[in-house]
Every structure is written in structure tokens, then in C-alpha cells.
Write a protein that binds this ligand. Structure first.
Ligand code: SF4
Length: 309
């Protein structure tokens, strides 16, 4: 946008896709080095009003700011995407642990938030990065509550203890199925037994979990839906602070699921950004699962979700 305002011709602006006549042009992708970015800046925001509104809307009682330590997802870079994933950052990029630490230090000193949310995907996707950041931040005197996204299969007792030392109070992660068959076919590959063990450990260190659930994934069956309901009810009973965000699979263009659907349905969804998502989901269920829409809907209603969308 800045290049455009400066009058640079379209063909010289990196990362731009544009139409020239009847042709769609793709310019080279050149991502920014995050270490060269200026420090995150909230100075254009009335931070007191921002915190007051968060409090009023019960988002955060003591003010929360969002930061980012990276762009992209380590899992995606390593194994390819989850079948429903449409994030646009294909390549993982990190701020150095020192840069991220200094940014945090600056923001904490300046705004004194009660909570900081690293909105990047997967805080633990680079072990070396995490250990360096842990060393820098562990003894920081006034650590606000931290919330981060993680992937289940990166959690073990030692890592959870380290997260607690950083004052992580909430972790957010996804599970594809309450059933081992579905879970093991996903890149997160975590059995229900392992999920329960992780929860015991999180509980020990006072870390709460928010779980994102996608219903209607590849291989979903009446049995897998039943397992998901059981798993979530068990977890909620044992760990009542746990939150569940439940989604129906969305066949978004750019996802692997969308590509698979096109393979089955031919031209019906090909080259179309706009289509009936309900119809696409019904087609998906027909080709890739053994459940009906009403079975998915019933499961959706039985999972003890705080929020649904
Ligand atoms: S859904 Fe999350 S974990 Fe899966 S590839 Fe996308 S960003 Fe990574």
C-alpha cells in the first residue's frame, strides 16, 4: 500500500496480485524480515479506553495487549498444512528471542497490561527459540499473564513447567478428533490418553486450556463424534475452566479440504471464491465422512462449548 501511494508501478510492488487486462499477474513474494520491523507501537491508541472496554466487555479485567513473536506455522513448514488450514503465511519467520523480549519489556513497562497474548501460531514450534526466550524472560520481575498458541504434541512435563515459569496461564490448541484414529492421522498426532496426561500436568501448573475443535473432518463417523463428546465432557468435568471453541469444517479456498472436494466434485467449486458453504459442507460429508449433517449438529450441541461459531 505504501509503495502504491508512493506511485510505484504495480509490476514493481512485491507480494502483489493484480489484474492487467484479462490477465492475472503474480508478483514475486518477498516477506519482511521480522527482526527489521520497528517495535510494536500502541501510541496511536487510547490505551486506557482500550483497557476499560476490555474490562466492560469481560475480555480482560486488567488490560490485555496482543503481540506476535512469529509469522507462519512450524508444523505447516515441516509437515504441510492441517486439512482445514488457510493461513496465508507459508514460510515460518521468527523475531529473535532478544527482539521479542525487548519488545515485551518495552510494552510491559509502558502500558502495564495484566495480560499479554502472543497471537502467533505455535509458540513452541522452535525448541531452541523457546529455550533462549525462556532464559531471557524467566526471571523478569513483573510478568503479566501470558497466553499462547501451542500444538499438543510439543507439550511434555518439562515444557509445561517452563511455560508456567513464564507465567503462561492460558494455552490454546486444536484437536481434530476425540478419537485416536482421527487424531493419529492429523499432523498433531496425539492420542486421547496423551491428551488426558497433558491436562493433568497443565492443571498441576495452573495452566488453563482453550481447545479449538473442528467437526466433520476426514473420516468422521458416528463413533468419532461420540468419542469427541465423551472426551470434551470428561475434560470439562475434571477441569471446569477449560474452554471449547467448536467449529464445523469450513471449505475455504486455499485449504487442503477444498482441494480434495474439488477432486471429487469436478467443476462445481472450481475457480469459485463464492459458493454456498452449507452445500459444500454437505458434499464434503458425503465424500469424506460417514456422518450426516444432523449428526454433526447434534454433536456440536452436546460438546460443552462456551462459544460456538
Ligand atoms: S491449522 Fe494451525 S497447526 Fe495446522 S497448519 Fe494451520 S496454523 Fe499450523
Amino acid at each position: 500500500m505504501v509503495d502504491f501511494i508512493r506511485g510505484r508501478p504495480f509490476k514493481k510492488i512485491n507480494n502483489l496480485i493484480y489484474q492487467e487486462g484479462k490477465e492475472i499477474k503474480f508478483n514475486p513474494i518477498k516477506n519482511l524480515n521480522l527482526n527489521h520491523l520497528p517495535r510494536q507501537d500502541f501510541s496511536f491508541l487510547d490505551i486506557e479506553e482500550y483497557f476499560r472496554l476490555q474490562n466492560e466487555r469481560q475480555i480482560s479485567p486488567s488490560g490485555r495487549i496482543a503481540v506476535f513473536s512469529r509469522k507462519g506455522c512450524g508444523l505447516r513448514s515441516r509437515y504441510g498444512p492441517c486439512f482445514f488450514c488457510s493461513i496465508m503465511y507459508r514460510e515460518k519467520r521468527l523475531k529473535s528471542p532478544l527482539k521479542f523480549f525487548r519488545e515485551l519489556d518495552f510494552l510491559i513497562q509502558k502500558y502495564k497490561p495484566g495480560s499479554v497474548w502472543d497471537v502467533s501460531d505455535d509458540f513452541l514450534d522452535d525448541k531452541d527459540w523457546f529455550l533462549k526466550f525462556h532464559r531471557l524472560y524467566r526471571r523478569y520481575p513483573t510478568k503479566p499473564e501470558l497466553r499462547v498458541y501451542v500444538c499438543l504434541n510439543e507439550l511434555d512435563g518439562v515444557t509445561i513447567k517452563r511455560l508456567a515459569e513464564l507465567n503462561v496461564k492460558w494455552i490454546i490448541f486444536g484437536i481434530e478428533g476425540g478419537d485416536d484414529k482421527i487424531s493419529s492421522s492429523s499432523i498433531k498426532n496425539c492420542s486421547t490418553k496423551e491428551i488426558k496426561a497433558i491436562f493433568r500436568c497443565l492443571n498441576e501448573y495452573g495452566i488453563n486450556a482453550c481447545i479449538q475443535i473442528v467437526l466433520g473432518g476426514i473420516g468422521e463417523s458416528p463413533a468419532t463424534l461420540k468419542s469427541m463428546i465423551k472426551l470434551t465432557c470428561d475434560l470439562k468435568e475434571r477441569y471446569p475452566t477449560t474452554l471449547f471453541l467448536v467449529h464445523f469444517l469450513r471449505l475455504l479456498p486455499g485449504t487442503l479440504a477444498h482441494r480434495l472436494l474439488i477432486q471429487k466434485t469436478g467443476s462445481k467449486y472450481q475457480n469459485r471464491d463464492f459458493f454456498d458453504p452449507y452445500e459444500a459442507f454437505l458434499d464434503w460429508l458425503k465424500y469424506f465422512t460417514t456422518v450426516s449433517y444432523s449428526q454433526v449438529l447434534k454433536a456440536f450441541q452436546k460438546i460443552p462449548a462456551l462459544k460456538r461459531n
